[in-house]
Design a protein around this ligand. Sequence first.
Ligand SMILES: *[C@@H]1O[C@H](CO)[C@@H](O)[C@H](O)[C@H]1NC(C)=O
Ligand SMILES: *[C@@H]1O[C@H](CO)[C@@H](O)[C@H](O)[C@H]1NC(C)=O
Ligand SMILES: *[C@@H]1O[C@H](CO)[C@@H](O)[C@H](O)[C@H]1NC(C)=O
Ligand SMILES: *[C@@H]1O[C@H](CO)[C@@H](O)[C@H](O)[C@H]1NC(C)=O
Ligand SMILES: *[C@@H]1O[C@H](CO)[C@@H](O)[C@H](O)[C@H]1NC(C)=O
Length: 344
Amino acid sequence: MAGFNIFILCAALATIAQGSNCPSGPAEVDTFSGGFDYTYDWPIHYQPLDTQRQSLCQAYMDVSSSEDNRDQKVVMMLHGKNFCSQTWNATAKVMLDQGYRVILPDQIGFCKSDKPDHYQFSLHHLALNTKTILDNLGIKRLTLIGHSMGGMLSARFALMYPEMVDRLVMVDPIGLEDWKAKGVPYLPVDDIYRQEVASNYTSVSSYENATYYVNHWEPEYDVWVKMLLKVYDGPLGKAYAYNQALVTDMVYTQPIVYELRLLGDIPNSLLIVGDKDNTAIGKQWSPPDVQALLGHYDVLGPEAAKTIGSNCTLIHYPDLGHAPQISAPEIFHKNLTDWLNRTD
Ligand SMILES: *[C@@H]1O[C@H](CO)[C@@H](O)[C@H](O)[C@H]1NC(C)=O
Ligand SMILES: *[C@@H]1O[C@H](CO)[C@@H](O)[C@H](O)[C@H]1NC(C)=O
Ligand SMILES: *[C@@H]1O[C@H](CO)[C@@H](O)[C@H](O)[C@H]1NC(C)=O
Ligand SMILES: *[C@@H]1O[C@H](CO)[C@@H](O)[C@H](O)[C@H]1NC(C)=O
Ligand SMILES: *[C@@H]1O[C@H](CO)[C@@H](O)[C@H](O)[C@H]1NC(C)=O
């Protein structure tokens, strides 16, 4: 056992990047997995961040099918709250085939990134952290795709750095309504934490069944539930659960809906929703009359597209829920690539 520990220590020391505590080099990052022992489809890189009086490491993948990626078109994809960057793997493969360089970050608090004991989570700060990755890679302009919380974060990113966003694709973004203004009571972070830390296969899969997949479960959905449980059940599971509670507080308190019209200046935006999506933060802890008002994506999607204006295209799927890229990948990828090629 002692020998094993010494080996880990040496391996960790050998991989410290200059000036940071983050591992560098694809072979060694396994020693720092963010408490998440899970193999992604591509090598992980770490961006050191000096943020909020601590040194953190943000994980990302940077994938290209070309030796020289300098002049390649770039797409960055942002994951949702119950996901990791790896969840975008099927879409990333489609984008590689389309000739893109693909950037896939794990946000701070998630998956293979650091899970700080304390962090002031804001969509603004997550957008800033993510921009730091792009700045260090010398990427100035890109197509941005985000799903769920990642869709909300993509909107925030586009509002903060409009000059970088050529095209914005939001897939079932959350924040298309202000839940608290519709009556969702405030739930203290500590209470959300208690729910988060009790997550198990049944609680996660039944939630995803009802919101993502319209109560129709396919065996291949299991992979994403099991992935998530590896973080909850891993050595940093409690830190992850606490970070997730802070993240829930972040999305509840920082609505994007009032700023949607400011996205009208993005030259091309695409909003993709499943009409049967019913995701709404705090629905579980709201009274029935409030619950009835929340998460009607068949209404929220067209409203949001209209507010953004004529630069926004809406694609909606009458029979799908919160994750069309997972429940109907062929159609989703066809519609996405057709739209991207149209706006090239
Ligand atoms: C994506 O990754 C998951 C495991 O994380 C794997 O089960 C699935 O087959 C992968 N999909 C593609 C299209 O490579
Ligand atoms: C899973 O979590 C739910 C909700 O927290 C709980 O009611 C249930 O007993 C748990 N199931 C198992 C098998 O632990
Ligand atoms: C999904 O919902 C359907 C319909 O309620 C149910 O039969 C099925 O067992 C659920 N599957 C999971 C994994 O929760
Ligand atoms: C669409 O985007 C272009 C480029 O940013 C902008 O000039 C134009 O005003 C936008 N159109 C609308 C209707 O907002
Ligand atoms: C999406 O793709 C499907 C399958 O090719 C096609 O039938 C449908 O018309 C497309 N929808 C849009 C809005 O382009």
